[in-house]
Ligand binder design. Structure first.
Ligand code: PEP
Ligand code: MG
Length: 575
């Protein structure tokens, strides 16, 4: 039977192949009371499983596959950390002893408890770490059941089958030779989960959040994965299959051709230069940035230096990371965003309150201003690194003048501190602000007056303008970059910044989506920052755009209020 599933697109491209169902330990474990005198034996059984799991993870660490992504070590470290967390091991032991229950049940109860704590995190990235907790417990349960990890693909028909999993840990994903699978599908996960990050770095079509794919798809079913659309066609008919095969080979050809654009300048047909920069999470992303000919780094999400670890990086560690990126880019602009962290993520043992509206709570610059030591340490590291390249400092989530003034005072104080310590920095390092709160867009003048550059974070700007939680897939269909209110704010900021002579870029996901390149160019945007893999296709779109030709259509889009009309005009713009 043929049917189609829809999920969240994570990594684009088309994969065609037979399904290989990846088994997972059932977390629906049974609950039973141990016979008298068996409690210590059960604790020993748990300890043996924990020990074996620890050894397996350590072995993985020591025998890291050569194609492992930069995040590999961090994943393993995180999983080892979770394994040793008292909330898992010690709490499960205590529960067995107190309640005389079986070890699997004790583990499951502790896992549920920990998952609930993770769910309360404000930051979506940290919240998704609950998946890592589940994956670690799955690993222990597998060990208890005497099962091995994910088996290699057994589908007979393909050299490259498509992995279908309820969930798969990044560590397991990275362990699989990338060439073993043509695509990756999971029931769980969000676009910023570790698994999604690894899938993207493997450059395989990937769709997550498919809910019941693992249940509905049978081993060896024929699958088409459209990673760009988040669509999976199960057992397609011959005609559909032929169509997608054609599209697959066309995409491959296009990908090869795009490589030729690596060193060409991004200029529109009428000769207007456009800057195409890359978004990165870690210094290790630099190779991909260079491979795709980025003109600079438009957004280094520095908070990623914080994740997967217990302790905050000190000034020296941050300095080294920022210097590495600055030097690696050989004088090209490197825009480093100060920590965009939520309130709860640095809190020890969950002692602080959990915000009831985390996205509206103490996050990003609000948190930095509330935690002066944290902010000061980062600013000193950034300023010190600024002499090693073209570093610009970008501040997230600013809402208006008061926060801008406070931030600039912090920077001035950090400079004085460095002077006193006799440490060098670039005294005229540029300071920019992210426009990602509607209030910021609407009080643009405060920003253009006081800052050197602006960067529009459309991911948050859309979320806050439309009151749609960007991490909630139940309202994902309402998350609309083409909503007239969003277009109005974008136009207001880009036009206003251009008039004020302040450089402005877009670094949210909208910047890398080809459907919006011309629209943004038409509005007046000349600087884009996106995932490195999107750069060459965007450059091609720029090269084939004639600004005078799209001006009228863009203006009509900005005046339109009917969503159908707006989409219709967008289609014309992209025709
Ligand atoms: C944004 O909000 O568009 C942005 C680039 O920041 P982040 O996705 O890290 O919130
Ligand atoms: Mg943001």
């Amino acid at each position: 039977m043929s049917f189609t599933l829809h999920g969240l697109p994570v990594s684009s491209g088309i994969a065609i192949g037979h399904a290989h169902l990846v088994s997972h330990a059932s977390l629906e474990v049974s609950h039973y009371i141990l016979p008298k005198g068996m409690v210590q034996e059960e604790v020993n059984r748990l300890d043996a499983a924990l020990e074996k799991t620890r050894n397996d993870l350590t072995l993985l660490h020591e025998h890291k596959p050569q194609y492992a992504a930069a995040e590999f070590d961090a994943f393993i470290d995180l999983h080892l950390m979770i394994l040793q967390d008292v909330h898992i091991s010690q709490a499960a032991r205590e529960m067995i002893m107190a309640e005389h229950c079986n070890a699997e049940w004790a583990l499951k109860v502790q896992m549920d408890d920990l998952v609930m704590q993770f769910e309360a995190f404000e930051d979506s990235y940290l919240r998704e770490r609950k998946t890592d907790v589940v994956q670690v417990v799955e690993r222990i349960l597998k060990t208890m059941g005497g099962q091995d990890g994910h088996a290699p693909p057994t589908a007979k028909h393909d050299v490259q089958p498509i992995m279908v999993a309820h969930d798969v840990s990044p560590a397991d994903l990275i362990q699989l030779k990338p060439q073993q699978f043509a695509g990756i599908l999971t029931d769980l996960g969000g676009a910023t989960s570790h698994t999604s990050i690894v899938a993207r770095s493997l450059n395989k079509p990937c769709v997550v959040g498919l809910h019941h794919a693992r249940e509905l798809i049978k081993d060896n079913d024929m699958l088409i994965v459209d990673g760009a659309q988040g669509v999976v066609i199960v057992n397609p008919d011959k005609q559909i299959l032929a169509e997608y095969r054609l599209r697959h080979s066309q995409l491959e050809l296009e990908r090869q051709k795009l490589k030729r654009l690596k060193t060409s300048r991004a200029t529109t047909l009428d000769g207007t230069p456009v800057e195409l920069h890359a978004n990165i999470e870690l210094p290790s992303d630099l190779d991909e940035v260079k491979d795709n000919g980025a003109g600079g780094i438009g957004l280094f999400r520095s908070e990623f230096l914080f994740l997967n670890r217990d302790t905050l990086p000190d000034e020296e560690e941050q300095f080294v990371a920022y210097r590495t990126v600055a030097e690696g880019m050989n004088g090209l602009p490197v825009t480093i965003r100060t920590f965009d962290l939520g309130a709860d993520k640095q809190l020890k043992n969950g002692t602080k309150r959990v915000a009831s509206n985390p996205a509206l709570g103490l996050r990003a610059i609000r948190l930095c201003l509330a935690e002066p030591q944290l902010f000061k340490t980062q600013l000193r590291a950034l300023l010190r690194a600024s002499v090693y390249g073209n570093i610009k400092i970008l501040i997230p989530m600013l809402s208006g003048t008061a926060e801008i003034n406070q931030t600039l005072n912090f920077i001035a104080a950090a400079k004085v501190g460095l002077d006193i310590d006799g440490l060098k920095y670039n005294p005229s390092v540029q300071i920019g602000g992210m426009i990602e709160i509607p209030a910021a867009a609407l009080s643009l003048h405060a920003f253009t007056k006081k800052l050197d550059f602006l960067s529009i974070g459309t991911n948050d700007l859309i979320q806050y303008t439309l009151a749609i939680d960007r991490t909630d897939d139940e309202v994902a269909h309402l998350y609309d970059p083409l909503h007239p209110a969003v277009l109005h704010l974008l136009s207001h900021v880009i036009t206003g910044a251009n008039k004020a002579g302040i450089p402005v870029s877009v670094c949210g996901e909208m910047a890398g989506e080809l459907a919006y390149t011309r629209l943004l160019l038409g509005i007046g945007l000349r600087q884009f920052s996106m995932h490195p893999a999107q750069l060459l296709a965007s450059k091609q779109r720029v090269l084939t755009t004639n600004l005078p030709e799209i001006a009228t259509l863009t203006q009509r889009m900005l005046r339109a209020s009917d969503p159908m009309k707006i989409r219709d005009l967008l289609d014309k713009l992209n025709a």
